[in-house]
Design a protein around this ligand. Structure first.
Ligand SMILES: Nc1nc2c(c(=O)[nH]1)N[C@H]1C(S)=C(S)[C@@H](COP(=O)(O)O)O[C@H]1N2
Ligand SMILES: [Mo]
Length: 246
């Protein structure tokens, strides 16, 4: 089978949410090439150091689609939802000098970044939202990456129908970008269980598939090659580009 078609078919199998949103999954090869063009064009526009466009309150999208699972079904996550995330602890470890664990209150205490930005899904929809959270750079300042750390790995609570855990990665330059945040609020309310609560990555300089939802744990690593499919993320393991600049 044509590899891109294979990729499209596995998406359909893995993600009910995708199928709901996408009118024609068979368009995936075209989506892929459009994406490639967009990547080439926009790399120069934003890149790793440029700024994503900011929007006004009046641009905020009323109804947000979800992509992927809705609320993850794992017992662990379900229990956190029942306890309104009081039991949630975000551990940051791996190649850091000072591994740390944060509860929601600790994260809220340092959540000082609020921006209205656009979230672009490769399936052809975009939403504008107001995300508030902790600049990832501040978190890295607390845990202090070791000299050989190159990537920040995000591991999520959701799994696909085959049991594969969702995960993603960005490099330290992207992590230190002033618009990259661990988001806690969407449009003035705690992020709900469908949109990645209680904590999701929000990286407006890249396509939405890089904005890992339902972050369970963060680890710094020197390479992602030995992790799962070796391409640095769930979507990347299915054939998407690791660098998804807009
Ligand atoms: N853990 C996890 N994060 C994820 C996904 C996912 O399936 N699981 N889907 C990604 C994709 S493809 C998109 S478009 C956005 C969707 O975010 P939203 O549901 O808040 O609109 O989340 C991204 N982050
Ligand atoms: Mo997406």
């Amino acid at each position: 089978m044509n590899r891109k078609l294979f990729v499209a078919t596995s998406f359909a199998a893995a993600l009910g949410g995708c199928a709901k949103i996408t009118n024609a999954l068979n368009d995936a090869p075209q989506v892929h090439s459009a994406l490639k063009v967009a990547e080439d064009l926009n790399h120069a526009v934003i890149g790793t150091h440029g700024r994503a466009k900011l929007y006004a309150e009046s641009d905020i999208t009323r109804v947000f689609p979800t992509n992927g699972d809705d609320t993850p079904s794992s017992p662990e996550y379900q229990q956190l939802v029942r306890g309104r995330f009081a039991g949630y602890r975000l551990a940051i470890g791996g190649l850091v000098e000072r591994p740390q664990t944060f509860d929601i209150a600790a994260l809220r205490a340092i959540a000082n970044l609020e921006e209205i930005t656009r979230h672009d899904c490769v399936e052809g929809w975009s939403v504008v939202g107001k995300w508030r959270g902790v600049p990832l750079a501040d978190m890295l300042g607390v845990v202090r990456p070791k000299r050989d750390a190159r990537y920040v790995m995000f591991y999520s609570f959701d799994r696909d129908s085959g049991g594969q855990q969702f995960y993603g990665s960005i490099d330290l330059a992207q992590a230190a970008h002033p618009q990259t945040q661990l988001a806690l609020d969407l449009n003035g309310k705690p992020i709900d269980a469908d949109h990645g609560g209680p904590v999701r990555l929000r990286i407006p300089t890249q396509l939405a598939y890089k904005s890992t939802k339902w972050v369970q744990r963060i680890e710094l690593a020197s390479t992602f090659q030995p992790i799962f499919g070796g391409k640095g993320g769930y979507w990347e393991d299915q054939g998407y580009e690791w660098y998804a600049g807009i």
